[in-house]
Every structure is written in structure tokens, then in C-alpha cells.
Design a protein. Structure first.
Length: 134
């Protein structure tokens, strides 16, 4: 029951942030495009988290927002990063990790769905990766 509540909250937050209806958001979950994005975000978090944990003081208490594009082969086309606290180290570290990760090729159905949205490349964005000691 708790998982359903959390999933509903995530869907609602996503639909508000993306200006899509609840029906549209629920259709996205489980789509090839959504599943590929989840795979990319999981890979990114697994690579970034240890580095940010080791050097959390360099983040100055903030997080790093990111946006990058992948071609159909999973190669990085462009990267933008922005630290909420002005941590140049955080921006550079995240960009370096994004550029060195070997993302898998994009499944044809996911690429088709992305192109239907008017995008030439897979668009990956995140509101921020950070780490604060507990």
C-alpha cells in the first residue's frame, strides 16, 4: 500500500512538473522510452554517488542539476551541468562521469517515442544529484 502511495505521488509530481495529464504520465511509465531513461539514471547515480560521498564537502551543501543528450548508439552528444551552490568541482565531476559512462544503445522503440516528441536525440535531465552527511 505504501508503494502505491509513493508511486502515485511520483506520478503526480511528474505530471505537474512536465505539464502532462495524469493519464499521459501513467502511459509513460512502462514505455520503452521511460525504461531506457530509468536505466540511464540508475547507471549515472551508481557512478556519481561514491564520488560525491567521498568529497561531499566540495559540493558546498548543494546539488548539481544536469541535462545531456544521447544518440541512438548511447553516445553522449552534449552535456550541461549547474551546481546550486556554485561548486565548480561538482559540475566538472558530474560532466566527466557522464562523458565517460558507456550507456547502452537506445532501443528502437524508445528512439521512436523520443522522435514522436520532436527530439532528435534522447534527452536526459535531472533536478540534482547531491549528497549530505546524515
Amino acid at each position: 500500500m505504501r508503494a502505491l502511495t509513493v508511486l502515485t505521488s511520483v506520478i503526480l509530481a511528474f505530471s505537474v512538473a512536465s505539464a502532462v495529464s495524469l493519464e499521459q504520465a501513467s502511459q509513460m511509465i512502462g514505455s520503452a522510452r521511460y525504461l531506457y531513461h530509468q536505466q540511464v539514471h540508475t547507471m549515472l547515480l551508481a557512478a556519481v554517488t561514491p564520488e560525491f560521498m567521498r568529497h561531499h564537502d566540495r559540493l558546498k551543501g548543494g546539488s548539481v542539476k544536469y541535462a545531456f543528450q544521447l544518440d541512438s548508439q548511447g553516445h553522449v552528444v552534449s552535456v550541461k551541468t549547474h551546481s546550486t551552490s556554485g561548486s565548480r568541482w561538482g559540475e566538472q565531476t558530474l560532466e566527466r562521469i557522464i562523458r565517460t559512462l558507456k550507456f547502452p544503445p537506445v532501443p528502437p522503440q524508445a528512439m521512436k517515442e523520443e522522435k514522436q516528441e520532436g527530439h532528435r536525440f534522447i534527452e536526459v535531465t535531472g533536478e540534482g544529484i547531491g549528497w549530505k552527511p546524515q
